[in-house]
Design a protein around this ligand. Structure first.
Ligand SMILES: [Cu+2]
Length: 396
């Protein structure tokens, strides 16, 4: 039986765009001292969006000792293929001394094409083995041929169990980062309008044993530019939430017309840093995704159910699920929309009120409740109409 060194496989190009093609070559050398017979070459891909043809013959009656045989393949991606990495697997079967054997080799083909939305990138995630999921997104890690880094990126890892990240249950997303001067990303996405959420945590300044506890504010300041527009100006993570604490910024209604979502930065002090990037369809940033704590949640109270008003992700939904960050403070403003008596209560799994507003019966009155999210919060309810005015709280 032949060893794996008898088979080689190569691609002319290891990255393609949608509708692109490359040639691939499989070569078998008979390193044994007897003939190989009934030699058959195949090449397959793990996606039917990749077409494979061979203009060559792919079966051979025999291959004598010391002889080589190559087969060339044409590999073409479909026009509507999704960006990412795909596997190509080449296989050769043959008969030697009456026994059927096979050899195989795989390689990955990168496809720089629009990514499937929603999409999340764990910046620096290439430095840890875990996978972070928030809502319906499992965060990707680089390399991805559809994500091009601009500027000088470095990866910082901070996987230290003694340092929990506050304001999140997704510590792992925040324990690594991309940092550098004027870093950015060009991300290939379908032309559309998106909500882009950027995740940050200060891992250096103000941290004992790192940048030091006598440093913090104004130690790291940067601007973020998306599609050429400055969306965060003189952003100072430490000044906003301190160190080792997660914070997010959602930029709504980002338009992409040339299939490239471009994020860049201007560093004012030290380095720019990014922990993660979430890209969702516009209006979805509070629905499938976590609502930014700086966003006031607005609901209209009707006997039939709670009607979401803001943020966009819950607007026009009845009894919308609220996805909230544990440990963060949120404000809900609810308006009595029909003149029936209503209140707004946060309840645990046993139906106990964790916090609530008074009952208000006057139509048009707006009542607000500010609260800190805890893991026990599982639903919000009007205690007067608990069967129709009830919805889930998802704590992340
Ligand atoms: Cu009610």
């Amino acid at each position: 039986m032949l060893g794996s060194d008898a088979l080689s496989f190569s691609l002319d190009k290891d990255t393609l765009s949608a509708g692109g093609s490359t040639s691939a070559t499989t070569t078998l050398k008979n390193l044994a001292d007897t003939d190989l017979t009934n030699v058959q070459f195949t090449l397959t891909a793990d996606s039917d969006q990749i077409q494979i043809n061979s203009p060559d013959q792919t079966s051979f009656d025999s291959l004598a000792p010391g002889e080589s045989q190559s087969v060339m393949w044409e590999v073409t991606t479909s026009e509507d293929i999704t960006g990412g990495k795909y596997n190509l697997n080449t296989q050769v079967t043959y008969v030697q001394d009456g026994n059927k054997n096979q050899l195989q080799e795989s390689t990955s083909l990168g496809v720089a094409a629009p990514l499937t939305i929603p999409y999340g990138l764990d910046s620096g995630g290439e430095d840890h083995d875990g996978r972070v999921s928030i809502g319906d997104i499992t965060f990707d890690k680089l390399p991805n041929p559809s994500v091009t880094q601009t500027g000088e990126h470095s990866v910082s890892s901070f996987v230290d169990s003694n340092n929990d990240i506050g304001g999140t249950e997704n510590d792992l997303l925040y324990k690594t980062e991309h940092y550098g001067t004027d870093i950015g990303y060009d991300i290939i996405v379908p032309n559309s309008t998106y909500d882009v959420t950027l995740h940050f945590a200060e891992l250096w300044w103000g941290v004992e044993g790192r940048g030091g506890t006598d440093t913090g504010k104004e130690s790291r300041v940067f601007d973020i530019v998306i599609q050429g527009e400055t969306v965060l100006s003189n952003f100072d993570i430490y000044a906003e939430v301190g160190s080792l604490t997660a914070t997010t910024k959602t930029i709504q209604d980002v338009k992409v017309t040339d299939e490239v979502l471009s994020i860049s930065s201007t560093t004012q002090v030290d380095n720019t840093k990014v922990s993660g990037i979430e890209i969702r369809p516009a209006g979805d940033s509070g629905g499938g995704g976590t609502i930014d704590p700086s966003t006031t949640i607005q609901l209209d109270a009707f006997i039939d159910g709670w009607a979401g008003t803001a943020p966009n992700g819950i607007s026009d939904q009845t009894n919308p699920t609220l996805t909230l960050q544990e440990g963060s403070e949120y404000t809900v403003e609810w308006t009595n929309a029909d003149g029936a008596p209503h209140d707004f209560a946060l309840q645990d799994a046993d139906g106990n009120n964790l916090d609530k507003t008074p009952i208000v019966s006057e139509e048009g009155t707006t009542t607000s409740l500010t609260f800190t999210v805890t893991a026990e919060m599982v639903e919000y309810v009007c205690t007067v109409h608990p069967n129709s005015m009830v919805a889930d709280i998802e704590v992340v």
